[in-house]
Design a protein around this ligand. Structure first.
Ligand code: PEP
Ligand code: MG
Length: 579
C-alpha cells in the first residue's frame, strides 16, 4: 500500500525522485542578555551575518543562467536590496545596544515591528511583501545560529533529480534549487498565490504546497512520486505504480515539448476557421503567463480576488491602479474585466460582520445581485473599469445575470457612471463593450434576451453546471454528479451559442470546460469560436483546434445534442476525439 500525502498542486507535471529534506522556514530564537562590555562584539557578529547573507544571495544570483526570465531574478534582487536597507541593517544594531540583547533577539524584535507596519498598509501588494522580509530575516537568523542555509551549499550532486521537502521555500531558494537540477518540491506551508508558487509555475516545476507532512512519514532518500496535477505525493510505492507513473511522465514530457512550438502559431482549425484563444487570470502576475503562452488576450479577469483576504475594501483609485497595471501589462491585447463575483464561497471584508446567514449561499446575494443591492461597493469598481478603458481595449463583463430587470438595472447604472465621469472630465472609452456571463439556467434559456442587449456573452460552465444539475460546486459529497456532458448542460450551452449567432453577438466560454481538451471538438462543433482558458491549458486546446475540421465535427455534435442517452453521448464524444 502506498502512502498518499495531499496538498495544493501549484503547477502541473509528474516528478519521480529521492526525497531531500531541507531545513528552512521559521527559525526559533531566544533572548540572551549581553554584558555591556561585549555589546560591540555582538554588533560585529550581526554585521558579519548580514555580509554572509549578501554573499549567499549574490552567489545564487551568479549561479542562475543569463537566460533566466527577469521576473525570476527580480525576486533575488529584492532580497538583496532589503539587505542594504537600514530597516534590517541599522535598526537591529540599535536594538542590540538599547536592550543589551543578542543579535537574534534584536532581529526578531525588528521583524515583529515591521510586521505591524505591513499589517496596516492599504496596498495589498505591499502587504504581501512581508513574506520577503520574513525570508530575508530567516536567512540571517540561520547564519547567526550557525545552522546551514542550503544556499551555502549542498552539492549539485545531492540535489540533482531530488524531490525537495521543506517547511517553506523562498523564491530565491526555489530559483537556485531549479538551477541545481531538482525534480520538484513539496512544502508544508504556502499557498497557490505566493511568489514561490508563481515561480514554480513559470519554471514549469512540479510542486505541491500546503501539505502537512511529518518527518516520520517521509525520510531522506525515500523514492517518491510527486503528481502536481493531482496535488499528491506518493511514498512507499509499489513497483507497478512506479512503472505506470514513469510511462505517464514520459508521455507528458514528450507532449509538452511538442506543444511549445505552438506558442506563436495561430489558433486556426484544419479547415481554416480562426478561433480566439484567450486566457483566464486572477492576478496581475498571471498576465505574464498568459502572454508567454501566446494568448490572444484575457477573456476573464476575476476581480473579486482584489477584495478577498483583507480587512477593508479597495477604493476606486486602488482598483484603477490594479486594472491599469494589467491593461498595460497586456501591451494592446484585449482584456475582459469581470465585475466582482463576491458572495457564496467568495467571502469579503465588508460582509464579514453581516448578521444574515443565507441558507443556500450560492442561490443568495452573489455577484451582480450583491452589487445592485450594494451600489456603494459597486460604483467605485464600475468607475475604475471605465477609467481603465481609456488606456486600452477593455471589455466589462457582468457575472450571474438571471433576469431582464437585473440586466436593465446594471446597464442604467453603467450609463449613469458614464455621465458622471464625463461631467468630471475623466477619460473613458464611450464604446467600451459590455457583456454578460451566462451561468444560470434561466439566462441560458432566455439567452436571446441577453444577446439583444449586450455586446458579447460568455458561458460560465462552472456555475451553469452547478445550477443546472443542482450540485454545490464546493461540496465534495456531490462532486461525482458534476457532468459537463449531461444532455441538459449540452443543450443549454448550444442555446446560448445559437442566440449569439442569431443576433451576431460574440459568444465565448470561460468556465473550466473550455480549458479541457476533451471538450474542445464538441464546443467547436457547436459553433463556439472564442475560448477563455487557464494559461496552462492554452497550448493543449490550441493543438486540438489545429487538428480539427469543423465540417466533420458538426454532424456528430448534432447527434450528441439530439441524444438523451449518456452512454451514446459518451461514445459520440469518443468518436469526435478520435477523428
Ligand atoms: C464559471 O462559473 O464558469 C466562471 C467562469 O466563473 P467562476 O468560476 O469564477 O464562478
Ligand atoms: Mg461563475
Amino acid at each position: 500500500m502506498s502512502l498518499t500525502i495531499s496538498g495544493i498542486g501549484i503547477s502541473r507535471g509528474i516528478a519521480i525522485g529521492r526525497v531531500y529534506r531541507l531545513e528552512t522556514g521559521i527559525v526559533e530564537v531566544y533572548e540572551v542578555a549581553i554584558p555591556r562590555a561585549q555589546l560591540e562584539d555582538e554588533v560585529a557578529r550581526f554585521r558579519r551575518a548580514i555580509r554572509t547573507a549578501r554573499q549567499q544571495l549574490k552567489a545564487i544570483r551568479n549561479a542562475i543562467p543569463e537566460s533566466t526570465p527577469a521576473d525570476i531574478t527580480e525576486f533575488i534582487d529584492t532580497h538583496l536590496l532589503m539587505l542594504e536597507d537600514s530597516m534590517l541593517t541599522v535598526a537591529p544594531v540599535e536594538l542590540i545596544r538599547q536592550n543589551l540583547c543578542n543579535a537574534e533577539w534584536a532581529l526578531k524584535m525588528q521583524r515583529d515591528a515591521l510586521a505591524r507596519v505591513f499589517d496596516e498598509m492599504d496596498d495589498p501588494y505591499l502587504r504581501t511583501r512581508m513574506d520577503d522580509v520574513d525570508h530575508v530575516v530567516a536567512r540571517i537568523q540561520r547564519i547567526l545560529i550557525g545552522g546551514s542555509s542550503h544556499a551555502s551549499g549542498q552539492s549539485d550532486e545531492q540535489l540533482r533529480d531530488a524531490i525537495v521537502v521543506a517547511h517553506d521555500l523562498t523564491p530565491a531558494e526555489t530559483a537556485l534549487l531549479h538551477h541545481q537540477g531538482i525534480a520538484g518540491f513539496v512544502t508544508e506551508s504556502g499557498g497557490p498565490l505566493s511568489h514561490t508558487a508563481i515561480l514554480a509555475r513559470s519554471l514549469g516545476m512540479p510542486a505541491i504546497v500546503g501539505t502537512h507532512i511529518t518527518s516520520h512519514q517521509i525520510r531522506d532518500g525515500d523514492t517518491v512520486i510527486l503528481d502536481a496535477g493531482r496535488g499528491v505525493l506518493l511514498a512507499e510505492i509499489a513497483e507497478s505504480t512506479l512503472k505506470s507513473y514513469r510511462r505517464k511522465q514520459r508521455e507528458q514530457q514528450k507532449r509538452l515539448s511538442e506543444l511549445d512550438r505552438l506558442k506563436s502559431a495561430p489558433a486556426v482549425t484544419g479547415d481554416g476557421l480562426g478561433i480566439r484563444l484567450l486566457a483566464n487570470v486572477e492576478l496581475e502576475e498571471d498576465v505574464r503567463a498568459a502572454r508567454r503562452a501566446g494568448a490572444d488576450g484575457i477573456g476573464l479577469y476575476r476581480t473579486e480576488f482584489l477584495f478577498m483576504n483583507r480587512s477593508d475594501v479597495p477604493d476606486e483609485e486602488e482598483q484603477l491602479a490594479q486594472y491599469l497595471a494589467v491593461v498595460r501589462g497586456l501591451r494592446g491585447l484585449p482584456i475582459t474585466i469581470r465585475t466582482m463575483d463576491l458572495g457564496a464561497d467568495k467571502g469579503y471584508a465588508a460582509d464579514a460582520g453581516s448578521e444574515r446567514l443565507a441558507t443556500n449561499p450560492a442561490l443568495s446575494l452573489r455577484a451582480i445581485r450583491l452589487c445592485l443591492k450594494n451600489t456603494e461597493l459597486f460604483r467605485p469598481q464600475l468607475r475604475a473599469i471605465l477609467r481603465a478603458s481609456a488606456e486600452g481595449p477593455v471589455r466589462l463583463m457582468i457575472p450571474m445575470l438571471s433576469s431582464a430587470g437585473e440586466l436593465n438595472e446594471a446597464l442604467e447604472l453603467i450609463e449613469d457612471i458614464r455621465r458622471e465621469l464625463a461631467r468630471e472630465g475623466l477619460a473613458f472609452d464611450p464604446d467600451m463593450p459590455i457583456g454578460g456571463m451566462i451561468e444560470v439556467p434561466a439566462a441560458a434559456l432566455s439567452a436571446t434576451l441577453f444577446a439583444r442587449k449586450l455586446d458579447f456573452l460568455s458561458i460560465g460552465t462552472n456555475d451553469l453546471i452547478q445550477y443546472t444539475l443542482a450540485i454545490d460546486r464546493v461540496d465534495d459529497s456531490v462532486t461525482y454528479l458534476y457532468d459537463p456532458l449531461h444532455p441538459a448542460v449540452l443543450r443549454l450551452i448550444n442555446m446560448v451559442i445559437e442566440a449569439g449567432q442569431r443576433y451576431q453577438v460574440p459568444v465565448s466560454m470561460c468556465g473550466e470546460m473550455a480549458g479541457d481538451p476533451r471538450y474542445t471538438r464538441l464546443l467547436l462543433g457547436m459553433g463556439l469560436s472564442e475560448f477563455s482558458v487557464p494559461p496552462t491549458a492554452l497550448l493543449e486546446v490550441k493543438d486540438v483546434i489545429q487538428r480539427s475540421h469543423i465540417s466533420r465535427l458538426t454532424p456528430v455534435v448534432k447527434d450528441m445534442l439530439a441524444s438523451d442517452d449518456p452512454a451514446e453521448i459518451g461514445a459520440l464524444l469518443g468518436a469526435l476525439n478520435a477523428m
